[in-house]
Design a protein around this ligand. Structure first.
Ligand code: PRP
Length: 222
């Protein structure tokens, strides 16, 4: 029987693939094959952390939901993209840049529109995004009125069908933009994944969480 249960929320998808090697290097990888299982709650190993026996448990959830699970305390810690942290501003600690999931949050649009230059201050523009807050802030700072269309994915389609003049979305290799005839106009933020920690957990499980942060810091720097 372990002394402590530590629940860690992991983002599904491409971030998960890059997170697993860090967990392996830290000796805390989940037992199941994460890529093939349909289970959303996975057992990790029970490990010694500063003399405390800790059972690790993983939750496999959508990137945007990691902030919610950690903020609510359903998970003690999690791996969240800086994009989600900036957009949702959860009340969590952010002790470590994991230096994975690197990409950038960009404004992009059809090559023809972008070539004509950015919209003038005082003008109005329709923008498709899942980052409503960051998009509104970006255009507000330039005195442009942005009509925001909230989408959940495949943002690149919106300009192709005339639904929006610009998109604000993550760009990694640029191949999705290119394949859809879009070009970058501006970068809002450089993005990477961060370890986040619930503040109450940090108070009650401080030694364990400090050990976890140390192990993952070593993995990142290895
Ligand atoms: C992300 C993002 C872009 C694409 C960018 O989507 O929303 O569509 O990746 O990557 P690239 O620059 O390397 O082409 P993802 O595939 O994660 O799915 P989503 O549309 O559900 O967010």
């Amino acid at each position: 029987m372990a002394d402590c249960l530590l629940t860690i929320a992991l983002s599904k998808g491409r971030i998960l693939k890059q997170t697993l090697p860090l967990l392996e290097a830290a000796g805390i990888a989940p037992a199941d094959d994460v890529s093939s299982t349909r289970k959303l709650m996975l057992d990790g190993p029970t490990v010694d952390m500063a003399g405390i026996s800790v059972a690790i448990r993983y939750l496999i959830i959508r990137a945007a939901d990691v902030c919610t699970y950690v903020e609510k305390g359903a998970a003690d810690a999690g791996v969240a993209g800086r994009d989600s942290l900036l957009e949702y501003r959860p009340q969590v600690y952010e002790p470590l840049d994991l230096k994975i999931g690197r990409c950038r949050l960009c404004v992009a649009g059809p090559a023809r529109l972008v070539a004509a230059g950015p919209p003038a201050p005082g003008s109005r523009i329709t923008v498709a995004t899942k980052y409503d807050r960051l998009t509104a802030e970006y255009y507000l700072n330039q005195g442009i009125h942005a009509d925001i269309i909230h989408l959940y994915g495949s943002m690149e389609l919106a300009p192709l069908v005339g639904m929006a003049e610009r998109i604000v979305d993550l760009v990694e290799t640029g191949s999705t933009l290119k394949a859809n005839g879009l070009v970058e106009e501006a970068t809002l933020y450089d993005i990477s994944s961060r370890l986040i920690v619930n503040p109450a957990s940090f108070a009650t499980k401080r030694t364990v969480l400090q050990t976890l942060i140390g192990k993952l810091r070593d993995s990142v720097n290895a």
